[in-house]
Ligand binder design. Structure first.
Ligand SMILES: [Zn+2]
Length: 277
Protein backbone atom coordinates (compact mmCIF):
# COMPACT_ATOMS: atom_id res chain seq x y z
CA UNK A 1 0.00 0.00 0.00
CA UNK A 2 1.52 3.31 -1.02
CA UNK A 3 1.05 6.47 1.01
CA UNK A 4 -0.65 9.52 -0.42
CA UNK A 5 1.29 12.66 -1.18
CA UNK A 6 0.39 15.43 1.26
CA UNK A 7 0.92 18.23 -1.26
CA UNK A 8 -0.32 16.70 -4.49
CA UNK A 9 -3.30 14.44 -4.01
CA UNK A 10 -6.20 16.25 -5.66
CA UNK A 11 -9.63 14.71 -5.16
CA UNK A 12 -10.71 15.67 -8.66
CA UNK A 13 -7.46 14.33 -10.17
CA UNK A 14 -7.83 11.75 -12.94
CA UNK A 15 -4.32 10.28 -12.99
CA UNK A 16 -2.22 8.50 -10.36
CA UNK A 17 1.56 8.73 -10.37
CA UNK A 18 3.48 6.23 -8.26
CA UNK A 19 6.99 7.18 -7.23
CA UNK A 20 8.99 5.74 -4.36
CA UNK A 21 5.97 4.11 -2.69
CA UNK A 22 3.99 7.35 -2.74
CA UNK A 23 0.95 8.12 -4.85
CA UNK A 24 0.22 11.48 -6.42
CA UNK A 25 -3.28 12.13 -7.74
CA UNK A 26 -2.97 14.75 -10.47
CA UNK A 27 -4.75 16.11 -13.54
CA UNK A 28 -4.09 14.75 -17.00
CA UNK A 29 -4.89 18.15 -18.49
CA UNK A 30 -2.08 19.79 -16.50
CA UNK A 31 0.43 17.02 -17.17
CA UNK A 32 -0.45 17.15 -20.84
CA UNK A 33 0.78 20.74 -20.88
CA UNK A 34 3.68 20.44 -18.46
CA UNK A 35 5.07 16.95 -18.99
CA UNK A 36 3.69 15.37 -22.18
CA UNK A 37 6.41 12.70 -22.20
CA UNK A 38 5.30 11.48 -18.81
CA UNK A 39 1.80 11.03 -20.22
CA UNK A 40 3.21 9.16 -23.22
CA UNK A 41 4.78 6.77 -20.75
CA UNK A 42 1.32 6.12 -19.35
CA UNK A 43 -0.12 5.52 -22.81
CA UNK A 44 2.71 3.11 -23.64
CA UNK A 45 2.12 1.22 -20.42
CA UNK A 46 -1.46 0.88 -21.57
CA UNK A 47 -2.93 1.76 -18.24
CA UNK A 48 -5.46 4.53 -18.43
CA UNK A 49 -5.21 5.85 -14.93
CA UNK A 50 -1.70 5.45 -13.51
CA UNK A 51 2.00 5.92 -14.22
CA UNK A 52 4.91 4.28 -12.42
CA UNK A 53 8.05 6.37 -12.07
CA UNK A 54 10.15 4.02 -9.94
CA UNK A 55 13.49 5.77 -10.42
CA UNK A 56 12.35 9.09 -8.91
CA UNK A 57 12.12 9.77 -5.17
CA UNK A 58 8.84 10.96 -3.65
CA UNK A 59 10.38 14.23 -2.46
CA UNK A 60 11.67 15.04 -5.94
CA UNK A 61 8.26 14.25 -7.47
CA UNK A 62 6.68 16.52 -4.84
CA UNK A 63 8.97 19.41 -5.73
CA UNK A 64 8.61 18.85 -9.48
CA UNK A 65 4.79 18.91 -9.17
CA UNK A 66 5.01 22.02 -6.96
CA UNK A 67 6.96 23.73 -9.73
CA UNK A 68 4.44 22.56 -12.35
CA UNK A 69 1.23 23.35 -10.44
CA UNK A 70 0.21 27.02 -10.06
CA UNK A 71 -0.15 26.68 -6.35
CA UNK A 72 3.18 26.97 -4.51
CA UNK A 73 6.32 28.90 -5.26
CA UNK A 74 9.21 26.47 -5.02
CA UNK A 75 12.85 27.07 -5.91
CA UNK A 76 15.27 24.15 -6.30
CA UNK A 77 18.08 23.86 -3.75
CA UNK A 78 21.64 22.50 -3.93
CA UNK A 79 20.31 19.27 -2.43
CA UNK A 80 17.76 18.58 -5.19
CA UNK A 81 18.78 20.50 -8.31
CA UNK A 82 20.63 17.51 -9.82
CA UNK A 83 17.65 15.15 -9.37
CA UNK A 84 15.22 17.77 -10.70
CA UNK A 85 17.31 18.40 -13.80
CA UNK A 86 17.58 14.66 -14.31
CA UNK A 87 13.79 14.21 -14.11
CA UNK A 88 13.26 17.25 -16.35
CA UNK A 89 15.72 15.92 -18.94
CA UNK A 90 14.31 12.39 -19.06
CA UNK A 91 10.69 13.53 -19.44
CA UNK A 92 11.29 16.93 -21.09
CA UNK A 93 9.51 18.86 -18.32
CA UNK A 94 10.28 22.40 -19.40
CA UNK A 95 9.11 24.26 -16.29
CA UNK A 96 11.23 22.06 -14.01
CA UNK A 97 14.21 22.35 -16.35
CA UNK A 98 13.95 26.16 -16.40
CA UNK A 99 13.62 26.26 -12.59
CA UNK A 100 16.78 24.15 -12.24
CA UNK A 101 18.83 26.19 -14.70
CA UNK A 102 17.56 29.48 -13.21
CA UNK A 103 18.61 28.34 -9.75
CA UNK A 104 22.11 27.56 -11.07
CA UNK A 105 22.32 30.86 -12.99
CA UNK A 106 21.50 32.78 -9.81
CA UNK A 107 23.69 30.80 -7.42
CA UNK A 108 26.72 29.40 -9.29
CA UNK A 109 29.14 31.82 -7.64
CA UNK A 110 28.43 30.12 -4.29
CA UNK A 111 29.26 26.65 -5.59
CA UNK A 112 31.25 26.88 -8.84
CA UNK A 113 32.75 23.39 -8.96
CA UNK A 114 29.44 21.60 -8.41
CA UNK A 115 27.69 23.90 -10.90
CA UNK A 116 30.42 23.16 -13.45
CA UNK A 117 29.81 19.43 -12.90
CA UNK A 118 26.06 19.89 -13.52
CA UNK A 119 26.68 22.18 -16.51
CA UNK A 120 28.72 19.40 -18.08
CA UNK A 121 26.22 16.67 -17.15
CA UNK A 122 23.21 18.53 -18.59
CA UNK A 123 25.08 20.16 -21.51
CA UNK A 124 24.58 23.75 -20.30
CA UNK A 125 27.20 25.45 -22.47
CA UNK A 126 26.80 28.97 -21.05
CA UNK A 127 27.12 27.87 -17.41
CA UNK A 128 29.98 25.52 -18.33
CA UNK A 129 32.06 28.45 -19.56
CA UNK A 130 31.02 30.83 -16.77
CA UNK A 131 31.78 28.39 -13.96
CA UNK A 132 35.05 27.28 -15.59
CA UNK A 133 36.27 30.87 -15.03
CA UNK A 134 35.79 30.58 -11.26
CA UNK A 135 37.03 26.99 -11.10
CA UNK A 136 40.26 27.78 -12.99
CA UNK A 137 40.82 30.86 -10.83
CA UNK A 138 41.23 28.65 -7.74
CA UNK A 139 41.93 25.33 -9.39
CA UNK A 140 44.20 23.74 -6.73
CA UNK A 141 41.34 24.14 -4.23
CA UNK A 142 38.46 23.09 -6.50
CA UNK A 143 40.13 20.00 -7.93
CA UNK A 144 39.98 18.48 -4.45
CA UNK A 145 36.17 18.63 -4.43
CA UNK A 146 34.04 15.52 -5.02
CA UNK A 147 32.33 17.24 -7.96
CA UNK A 148 35.67 17.41 -9.79
CA UNK A 149 36.28 13.71 -9.25
CA UNK A 150 32.80 12.89 -10.61
CA UNK A 151 33.51 14.70 -13.91
CA UNK A 152 34.17 12.55 -16.99
CA UNK A 153 37.92 12.00 -17.35
CA UNK A 154 38.15 13.97 -20.57
CA UNK A 155 36.60 17.04 -18.90
CA UNK A 156 38.94 16.66 -15.91
CA UNK A 157 41.82 16.56 -18.38
CA UNK A 158 40.64 19.71 -20.15
CA UNK A 159 40.63 21.65 -16.87
CA UNK A 160 44.01 20.25 -15.84
CA UNK A 161 45.49 21.06 -19.25
CA UNK A 162 44.18 24.64 -19.16
CA UNK A 163 45.55 25.11 -15.64
CA UNK A 164 48.96 23.63 -16.51
CA UNK A 165 49.17 25.79 -19.61
CA UNK A 166 48.51 28.83 -17.41
CA UNK A 167 51.20 27.84 -14.89
CA UNK A 168 53.78 27.20 -17.61
CA UNK A 169 53.01 30.56 -19.25
CA UNK A 170 54.75 32.45 -16.45
CA UNK A 171 58.07 31.38 -17.99
CA UNK A 172 57.28 33.58 -21.02
CA UNK A 173 56.77 36.78 -19.03
CA UNK A 174 59.24 39.55 -19.77
CA UNK A 175 59.12 43.30 -19.97
CA UNK A 176 60.27 43.12 -23.62
CA UNK A 177 57.28 41.05 -24.58
CA UNK A 178 54.94 43.82 -23.47
CA UNK A 179 56.85 46.89 -24.66
CA UNK A 180 59.10 46.10 -27.64
CA UNK A 181 56.46 45.80 -30.37
CA UNK A 182 54.34 48.77 -29.28
CA UNK A 183 53.92 51.54 -31.92
CA UNK A 184 53.76 54.81 -30.00
CA UNK A 185 51.40 57.61 -31.04
CA UNK A 186 52.82 60.18 -28.59
CA UNK A 187 55.34 62.96 -29.20
CA UNK A 188 57.87 61.89 -26.56
CA UNK A 189 58.42 58.22 -27.34
CA UNK A 190 61.66 57.93 -25.38
CA UNK A 191 60.12 59.17 -22.15
CA UNK A 192 56.88 57.20 -22.46
CA UNK A 193 58.81 54.06 -23.34
CA UNK A 194 61.01 54.52 -20.31
CA UNK A 195 58.00 54.96 -18.02
CA UNK A 196 56.28 51.88 -19.44
CA UNK A 197 59.49 49.92 -19.23
CA UNK A 198 59.98 50.69 -15.54
CA UNK A 199 56.41 49.91 -14.66
CA UNK A 200 56.13 46.65 -16.61
CA UNK A 201 59.53 45.42 -15.56
CA UNK A 202 58.34 45.75 -11.99
CA UNK A 203 55.01 44.00 -12.75
CA UNK A 204 56.58 41.15 -14.74
CA UNK A 205 59.19 40.54 -12.05
CA UNK A 206 56.68 40.43 -9.23
CA UNK A 207 54.65 37.85 -11.18
CA UNK A 208 57.65 35.68 -12.02
CA UNK A 209 58.56 35.84 -8.33
CA UNK A 210 55.19 34.44 -7.30
CA UNK A 211 53.79 32.27 -10.11
CA UNK A 212 51.01 30.92 -7.87
CA UNK A 213 48.89 34.01 -8.45
CA UNK A 214 45.38 33.40 -9.79
CA UNK A 215 44.53 34.33 -13.40
CA UNK A 216 42.18 37.12 -12.27
CA UNK A 217 44.91 38.58 -10.03
CA UNK A 218 47.43 38.51 -12.88
CA UNK A 219 44.96 40.25 -15.17
CA UNK A 220 44.18 42.95 -12.58
CA UNK A 221 47.84 43.55 -11.70
CA UNK A 222 48.81 43.97 -15.32
CA UNK A 223 45.85 46.24 -16.05
CA UNK A 224 46.28 48.55 -13.06
CA UNK A 225 46.49 52.18 -14.24
CA UNK A 226 49.96 53.49 -15.19
CA UNK A 227 50.87 57.09 -14.36
CA UNK A 228 52.64 58.87 -17.19
CA UNK A 229 53.95 62.43 -17.45
CA UNK A 230 52.69 62.97 -20.97
CA UNK A 231 50.97 61.28 -23.90
CA UNK A 232 47.81 60.23 -22.05
CA UNK A 233 45.98 59.05 -25.19
CA UNK A 234 48.99 57.00 -26.33
CA UNK A 235 49.14 55.48 -22.90
CA UNK A 236 45.41 54.71 -22.94
CA UNK A 237 45.86 52.98 -26.27
CA UNK A 238 48.71 50.92 -24.87
CA UNK A 239 46.61 49.87 -21.88
CA UNK A 240 43.36 49.15 -23.67
CA UNK A 241 44.60 47.58 -26.93
CA UNK A 242 48.24 46.53 -26.87
CA UNK A 243 48.48 45.20 -23.33
CA UNK A 244 45.43 42.84 -23.55
CA UNK A 245 46.84 41.38 -26.80
CA UNK A 246 50.26 40.80 -25.28
CA UNK A 247 48.73 39.23 -22.18
CA UNK A 248 46.59 36.96 -24.35
CA UNK A 249 49.73 35.90 -26.28
CA UNK A 250 51.16 34.56 -23.05
CA UNK A 251 48.21 33.25 -21.05
CA UNK A 252 45.42 32.80 -23.63
CA UNK A 253 41.99 34.43 -23.65
CA UNK A 254 40.57 36.22 -20.63
CA UNK A 255 36.90 37.17 -20.14
CA UNK A 256 34.90 38.61 -17.27
CA UNK A 257 31.83 36.84 -15.91
CA UNK A 258 28.77 37.71 -17.97
CA UNK A 259 26.91 38.81 -14.79
CA UNK A 260 29.75 41.24 -13.99
CA UNK A 261 30.13 42.75 -17.45
CA UNK A 262 28.48 46.08 -16.57
CA UNK A 263 30.64 46.64 -13.50
CA UNK A 264 33.28 49.32 -13.72
CA UNK A 265 36.33 47.07 -13.34
CA UNK A 266 35.14 43.49 -13.58
CA UNK A 267 37.56 40.68 -12.79
CA UNK A 268 38.83 38.80 -15.84
CA UNK A 269 39.41 35.05 -15.94
CA UNK A 270 40.78 32.30 -18.13
CA UNK A 271 38.18 29.68 -19.08
CA UNK A 272 37.30 26.66 -21.21
CA UNK A 273 34.26 26.20 -23.46
CA UNK A 274 32.14 23.09 -23.83
CA UNK A 275 32.90 20.98 -26.86
CA UNK A 276 29.79 20.59 -29.00
CA UNK A 277 28.49 17.05 -29.04
ZN1 LIG B 1 53.63 56.67 -26.22
Amino acid sequence: MSKKSVLHYYNDGDLLIFADNTSFRVHKSILKLAAPKLLQKQEQENDLSSINVPDVSASIMDIALSIIYPRYFVMPTWANVDALLSLASIYTINKVYVAGVTFLDLNFKKNPMYTFYLADKYKLSFLFEETSKLVLDRFPKYKEETAFKRLPLEVQSELIARHMNYIHSFANLSVNHFISTYQHKCSNVALHNKELNQEFEFRALSLVDQPNKSPSTVWSMMHAPVNVTDGISCNNQFMSEHLPKMLKDIFGNFKCLDVDKDEENPKHYIYISRKKS
